[in-house]
Design a protein around this ligand. Sequence first.
Ligand SMILES: Cc1cc2nc3c(=O)[nH]c(=O)nc-3n(C[C@H](O)[C@H](O)[C@H](O)COP(=O)(O)OP(=O)(O)OC[C@H]3O[C@@H](n4cnc5c(N)ncnc54)[C@H](O)[C@@H]3O)c2cc1C
Length: 202
Amino acid sequence: VKVSIISCTPDPEQVCARAASICYKSEPSIKVLKHCLEAGHLSIFEHASITFLIEGISRVTSHQLVRHRIGWSYSQVSQRYTGCSREDVIIPPELTEHKKDLDNVFDIAYKTYQKLLNQGAKKEDARYVLPNAATTDIVATANLRALLNYFPLRLCKRAQWEIRDMSYLMLDHCKRLAPNVFENVGPGCKYCIDKCTETKEP
Ligand SMILES: Cc1cc2nc3c(=O)[nH]c(=O)nc-3n(C[C@H](O)[C@H](O)[C@H](O)COP(=O)(O)OP(=O)(O)OC[C@H]3O[C@@H](n4cnc5c(N)ncnc54)[C@H](O)[C@@H]3O)c2cc1C
């Protein structure tokens, strides 16, 4: 997986601080920004957004990503209009020892896909034989409030390894672009260990 930044609101923290300063008739500052974070006055963080280009994730993970509806926009490679190739699949690390079995299934799926296309099927129909392991690229734009909701859920140990790995790459960018907003962001379990049913580990 590769995560890069296509675009970001210029000076995102300043934009949010300016919005906060309107509420309190104060000067925009990092102090007021942090106050809003702590107080849960989160709407000010909707005024800045980040556009990510995410390449080479499985369609398992893109499906999990697009469940995040509020404050997000997506554009994904179309399997209706573009072809898929056998090499572009993800094998979960935990299944490495079963790689041979997976490869056999993928060989059959992609051979059938190609055969259907050769026989005149449309890509949108032939793709029904393809696995969830098929990779995809997606552009995702989210405002900072949406990202504050997203990271605790998807960095959590209960989330799956692939979306977690991807989310850590996204968070690295966020910490660079808006360090004061994202400095304490991490897995939700960091803050709610007593509620976690999966693990007692911090
Ligand atoms: C570990 C894990 C396991 C999961 N397992 C499953 C699963 O088995 N099956 C499954 O279907 N999904 C599953 N999900 C997806 C999950 O249920 C959410 O759809 C997903 O995490 C998006 O979160 P969200 O709704 O907070 O995000 P968003 O859609 O971005 O919403 C943001 C916030 O807006 C508010 N909101 C949004 N829509 C509504 C609404 N209609 N009504 C009221 N408030 C709303 C909520 O406060 C919400 O937190 C899982 C997620 C995680 C992290």
